[in-house]
Design a protein around this ligand. Structure first.
Ligand SMILES: N[C@@H](CCC(=O)N[C@@H](CS)C(=O)NCC(=O)O)C(=O)O
Length: 238
């Protein structure tokens, strides 16, 4: 089997990885024992680099086309897939062993993915601020320019209110997890929503300052740090 190719975002951090969307396919590939290599792309070059390999664009809020990462190229089938959820869906259909959508749960997982994004989006500003700080100056400028269209500046004020909002979102998530008996959202069965949440927490861990990360680590009895550690172990990434 030829290794698949995952396009992810470069950063100033050792090992590069920070962005939650490309992290999701990384976890899925690793969980399914599928060989892959990563190509690291400068944030400001994503559109041009992904367009040049023929990736499908999505619409920005202003209606213009934009190519995003993650993109996955599978030389075994010729597939070129954009969007973390579509990549997970493709991998599940093409490589069904070790399912991440167990028991025909893909429709419900798609609903979860959208509900989770809506839950955390209102408190995204501090994360955008910290992400921009670990990019090259050119990418940081580009990131502010494009992301501030749907998440208006300033990102660095009102930190406390944003943290409270984020904590509230995780309290809701914690209530969902409390409805099952095991450590995963489907009880003893590991699945894609656990990956989605773990990748979000990984983002926080990678970009936040120590005191900010300590704050998140303390929420819900350490549930989120533990979930990240468990998911990394399950996906053989730790
Ligand atoms: N829903 C998409 C979101 C992808 C996305 O927004 N990717 C960002 C990086 S995390 C991007 O490539 N942005 C490029 C740009 O704004 O020019 C997914 O889950 O893959």
């Amino acid at each position: 089997m030829l290794p698949l190719v995952l396009y992810d975002i470069i950063s100033n951090l050792p090992g590069n990885q920070f962005s939650p969307n490309p992290a999701k396919p990384r976890f899925v590939l690793s969980y399914k024992d599928i060989p892959f290599v990563t190509i690291w792309v400068e944030y400001s070059d994503i559109h041009i680099a992904m367009k040049s390999i023929g990736a499908k664009p999505i619409k920005r809020p202003n209606g213009s086309d934009v190519c995003t990462v993650p993109v996955l190229s599978d030389p075994n089938t010729g597939a070129l897939i954009t969007d973390s959820l579509e990549i997970a869906s493709y991998l599940e259909k093409t490589y069904p062993e070790k399912p991440v959508f167990p028991n025909n749960s893909e429709p419900l997982i798609r609903a979860f993915d959208s509900a989770f994004m809506s839950l955390i989006l209102p408190s995204i500003k501090p994360l955008f601020q910290r992400s921009m700080e670990i990019m090259s100056p050119t990418s940081a400028k580009f990131f502010i320019g494009t992301r501030s269209v749907d998440v208006p500046l300033p990102w660095d004020v009102n930190f406390d209110a944003d943290w409270k909002l984020l904590e509230k979102a995780y309290n809701t998530l914690y209530e969902w997890y409390q409805k099952t008996d095991g450590k995963w959202i489907m009880g003893d069965t590991f699945s894609y929503p656990d990956i989605v949440i773990a990748c979000q927490v990984l983002w926080y861990k990678r970009v936040l300052k120590e005191d900010e990360w300590a704050r998140i680590s303390s929420w819900n009895g350490g549930k989120w740090v533990q979930l990240l550690a468990d998911a990394e172990k399950e996906c053989k990434l730790a």
